[in-house]
Ligand binder design. Structure first.
Ligand code: NAD
Length: 380
């Protein structure tokens, strides 16, 4: 089983799909692993580290991909890269499939079997393969670190001979994986933390981390979680009630971290310009949803914006990539766990079970066509 680990082509992507640790485990499964030169460097992994783990280093992506049966990627391969991908290869990546019909067609035409790791079902067996969770957890942590770096005040209360510095007030909007880690991180730094979400299950989780839950808890709130554990889009009525509550609460906050997402849809707008204006000068917002349209009005992807009233809005792209070494180490483990389900360990051959629910949920393209029901164009 030939496994290729290309270097990511996107300059904004420092992560890599395998680490020396996972290379060893892939080899133990009966694979040979070829890593493109420099693929791990931005994650702190040298070619020598990979070689020591048993991988072969290829001079280029094209050379690494030659004859590969499995390709371990971070991002969906771009059209320019796909020429080097062997037809029939299994390509594992964060495929970002929503609203990308043309790009998916291009991937399909190369004949690869492309798996979207972010569509992994949230069932116990697949927890170890859950790239959304592994990466969101790091993003939530990093959001607080980024906020603290831009905030001109300390997070903890400090009582000194020269006087007392008050604790920062941090408000986390969206208490999923990223939000819960943001709450925990802000608490560790000594902030006073409040949080909101539309899913009732979040209430207890927020409280267990020592933060106060603030939300409109009406009948719609009680129904807001899908069977898959994600949030539903909320009605205009709910959003208006939520906005009124948030408007009152937010103006007393120093730091606001937004993480709210709805799978396959634009991120919900939660913080209006008026709310941003109600914040004190020096306050900081971090919009972790900026790549999906943003939760905060005025947030700009890839920028730190300072508003006229002196509020900073942080819109960093690829926040997990800002902790590339940690992100790669967890992401590579996620991929390894999925690869383990695709091989026959006894015979040491590739043996994907096309009827496995994990395969069905994640497989986007195969044999030249888009096969995932969510991304097939309606006939006619
Ligand atoms: P996500 O990234 O899709 O969204 C982030 C959060 O934003 C969610 O908590 C969501 O409810 C919230 N949100 C959406 N719209 C909102 C709005 N209008 N206002 C406020 N908040 C809003 O979600 P996620 O972090 O991937 O996780 C969702 C849930 O799934 C969490 O409870 C998580 O613990 C759970 N989960 C379960 C498993 C499993 O294997 N069982 C694995 C991972 C996560």
């Amino acid at each position: 089983i030939g496994i290729a680990v290309p270097k990511e082509v996107d300059p904004g992507e420092p992560r890599v799909g395998a680490t020396p640790d996972t290379v060893k485990k892939l080899i133990a499964l009966g694979a040979t692993v070829t890593v493109a030169a420099g693929a791990g460097l931005a994650s702190g992994i040298t070619d020598a580290d990979y070689r020591e783990a048993g991988a072969t280093i290829a001079a280029s992506n094209a050379e690494a991909l030659h004859g590969a049966a499995i390709v371990l990627k971070v991002r969906r391969p771009a059209a320019e890269e796909l020429g080097a991908y062997p037809a029939g290869a299994l390509v594992l990546a964060i495929m970002d499939p929503y609203g990308q019909q043309e790009a998916l067609e291009v991937v399909a035409r190369t004949g690869v079997a492309a798996f979207a790791m972010e569509l992994m079902p949230r069932i116990t067996r697949a927890q170890v393969m859950d790239v959304l969770s592994s990466q969101a957890n790091l993003a939530g942590y990093r959001a607080v670190i980024d906020a603290s770096a831009e905030f001109g005040r300390a997070f903890p209360m400090m009582m000194t001979a020269a006087g007392t510095v008050p604790a920062a007030k941090v408000f986390v909007m969206g208490a999923g994986v990223a939000g819960l880690q943001a709450i925990a991180t802000a608490r560790r730094l000594g902030a006073i933390v409040t949080a909101t979400d539309v899913r009732p299950a979040a209430k207890e989780q927020v409280a267990s981390l020592g933060a106060k839950f603030v939300a409109v808890e009406d009948e719609e709130f009680r129904q807001a979680e899908t069977a898959a554990g994600y949030a539903k889009p909320m009605s205009a009525e709910y959003q208006a009630k939520q906005a009124a509550l948030v408007a009152e609460h937010i103006k007393k906050q120093d730091v606001v971290i937004t993480t709210a997402l709805i799978p396959g849809r634009p991120a919900p707008h939660l913080v209006s310009s008026a709310m941003v204006e109600s914040l004190k000068p020096g306050s900081v917002l971090v919009d972790l949803a900026v790549e999906r349209g943003g939760n905060v009005e005025g947030a700009k992807a890839g920028e730190v914006v300072t508003t006229a009233n002196g509020v900073k809005i942080i819109g960093h792209l690829n926040v997990p990539g800002r902790l590339a070494a940690s992100a790669s180490s967890l992401y590579a483990r996620n991929l390894l766990a999925f690869v383990e389900t695709l091989v026959d360990r006894k015979e040491k051959v590739l043996a994907p079970n096309w009827d496995d629910e994990l395969v069905k949920a994640t497989l986007l393209t195969r044999d030249g066509a888009i096969v995932h029901p969510m991304f097939q164009l309606p006939v006619g």
